[in-house]
Design a protein around this ligand. Structure first.
Ligand SMILES: NC(=O)c1ccc[n+]([C@@H]2O[C@H](COP(=O)([O-])OP(=O)(O)OC[C@H]3O[C@@H](n4cnc5c(N)ncnc54)[C@H](O)[C@@H]3O)[C@@H](O)[C@H]2O)c1
Length: 513
């Protein structure tokens, strides 16, 4: 089944259930700009959703300097019908009880628009059984996420006997659009792929505690200091392919295949979940958590996941590549938002005549030992604004692929105020001048929260024919956009700091004296 359909953002989603998973879905969709309507009979459902949204905003502010275009509104409603009316996607995340889900999905599918995809977050119930009373069972699919839904990209898709291939493709397109990585489970099996693996590990972990071989903390240490670190990059098969050295999997299996016959694990035996084992698990896991509250542990988990995703993004690999793709989409959406709607650069101008092409959020890793944003990150933010300007004038990556590019040849940056982690920064841009080979740009970096001017920067860019490596005139199309922008901004006063330089004369004078 194909998941190659281009991503498409659902306009509105209807969520059923606002527990751990439903709250995570609300945050995942809202942060991607999707409107969310949510039903949960629990009286305190809204508190959980707001807490999940706050955690998600905090995590994404730390993970990505690229701000999502805008946040979708989240509304808690009073009925299933109200949640799903006008939804493109319904996502059910009620308790894992088959009879409850069958009834709820029947009710939701009867009330949802005919085009809506009806999805369930079930961890392992079979979609053909859950679809028993669904109206339009061809549009029903499992969309099994992972906690925290707003950070972990994986979502397993599994259709039932009557699910159509188009439903799988459309659901995948929706999930991709909100920064997820759909994995199609090609055969309808209990537990799908991920929970089959997790359950095998979980069963063995319970045995180790039940047999008093290890405490819960020792089991967790055995994962997080070793294989757990490796799993996020290599999974299990690639790990063992490497463990076989140059001779690969054949060598690995020759060495370790025979151990599969040894009684190392309990394999499919299930430990008896009696009161004694339960009490031991509760006692040890409470001791493991120590003084930390659930909210503190969730924050710790999210911060560590952000660190892993950040590292993987730098490698352009695995889940990090999904984050990078999401950022590219958000950047493109911001550029589209700023892009001229009537085809003229004038439409990209704000009411004050300035261009607003780039926003950024200060990342924790951008902070130096003085406790505020380190100097080169100011340059990064304004350089991203210059990139957005280049896209606006038609000189973005496609232009460069055609053998032309603008190179920055001179920059003057003034650091005016301290930026702190989590600060949202907005750049305004002014074209001060241009000729057929150059343009002169001036950015102001503001902090909208208090209106502070954080920095100004001034840049000269030269147009280069990248085949010859020499300065050359820009194309007519680019020059035309530059000319129109210059005309539109001509009336703006020249910024007071334009043309400034570092005044070292007085210092040199002091030395001479
Ligand atoms: N917790 C996980 O790690 C995880 C991971 C992936 C998938 N899932 C699946 O997601 C689903 C939800 O799990 P959870 O962990 O969020 O459970 P949860 O107990 O935290 O939340 C369930 C929520 O559903 C609400 N609810 C009860 N009856 C309802 C109804 N008729 N209509 C709408 N809402 C109703 C409850 O009030 C509760 O808020 C389950 O199917 C579970 O298997 C859970």
């Amino acid at each position: 089944m194909s998941t190659a359909e281009p991503e498409s953002l659902p306009r509105r989603v209807g969520l059923l259930g606002a527990g751990v998973i439903g709250g995570g879905w609300a945050a995942r969709f809202a942060l991607a700009g999707v409107e969310v309507r949510l039903f949960d009979p629990a009286p305190d459902a809204a508190d959980g959703v707001h807490a999940a949204l706050a955690r998600a905003r905090r995590a994404w502010d730390r993970l990505s300097p690229v701000a999502a275009p805008h946040e979708g509104a989240v509304t808690i409603v009073e009925s299933v019908a109200d949640a799903v009316a006008d939804a493109d996607l319904v996502q059910e995340s009620a308790p894992e009880r088959e009879a409850l889900k069958v009834g709820l999905l029947a009710e939701a599918s009867a009330a949802a628009p005919a085009h809506a995809i009806i999805a369930t977050s079930t961890s392992g119930l079979l979609p053909s059984r859950l679809a028993a009373d669904v109206h339009g069972p061809e549009r029903f699919v499992v969309g099994h996420p992972f906690n925290p839904v707003y950070l972990l990209p994986l979502v397993e898709l599994c259709g039932g006997e009557r699910t159509s291939a188009e439903t799988i493709a459309q659901a995948a397109a929706f999930y991709r659009a909100v920064g997820m990585r759909p994995l199609v489970v090609r055969h309808e099996i209990d537990g799908f792929i991920a929970d089959r693996l997790l359950e095998a590990l979980w069963r063995e972990a319970l045995w180790l505690v039940a047999d008093d071989i290890a405490t819960v903390e020792e089991v967790d240490d055995a994962i997080r200091f070793g294989a757990g670190l490796r799993w996020s990059a290599m999974g299990t098969f690639l790990t063992y392919r490497l463990a076989g050295g140059d001779a690969g999997m054949r060598h690995f299996m020759a060495q370790f295949g025979p151990t599969l016959q040894l009684p190392w694990t309990h394999l499919t035996d299930v430990p008896t979940l009696d009161d004694e084992l339960l009490a031991r698990l509760v006692r040890q896991s409470d001791a493991q958590a120590g003084e930390m509250t659930v909210a503190e542990l969730e924050e710790l988990r999210d911060d560590c996941l952000v660190a892993v995703l950040d590292g993987l993004r730098r490698e352009g690999y695995g889940a990090g590549e999904v984050v990078a793709e999401t950022e590219r989409r958000w950047r493109a959406a911001a550029a589209d938002g700023a892009a001229p709607s009537d085809g003229t650069p004038r439409a990209a101008l704000a009411a004050d005549g300035q261009l607003r092409l780039h926003d950024a959020v200060v990342q924790p890793g951008w902070i130096d030992y003085n406790g505020h944003m380190t100097e080169f990150r100011y340059l990064q933010v304004v350089a991203d604004a210059t990139d957005a300007f280049l896209s606006l004038i038609g000189a973005g990556p496609e232009y460069a692929a055609g053998g032309h590019s603008f190179f920055t040849v001179e920059t003057h940056l003034r650091h005016l105020a301290e930026a702190h982690a989590g600060d949202r920064l907005a750049v305004t841009t002014r074209l001060l001048g241009h000729d057929e080979r150059r343009f002169h740009l001036f950015h102001e970096l503001h902090r909208p929260a208090d209106g502070a001017m954080m920095a100004t920067s001034e840049h000269m860019l030269v147009h280069v024919d990248t085949n010859t490596g020499r300065a050359a005139p820009a194309t007519e199309a680019v020059l035309d956009v530059l000319a129109r922008l210059a005309a539109d901004q001509r009336e703006l006063p020249i910024p007071e700091a334009a043309g400034r330089r570092i005044d070292g004369d007085r210092l040199r004078g002091a030395e001479c004296r």
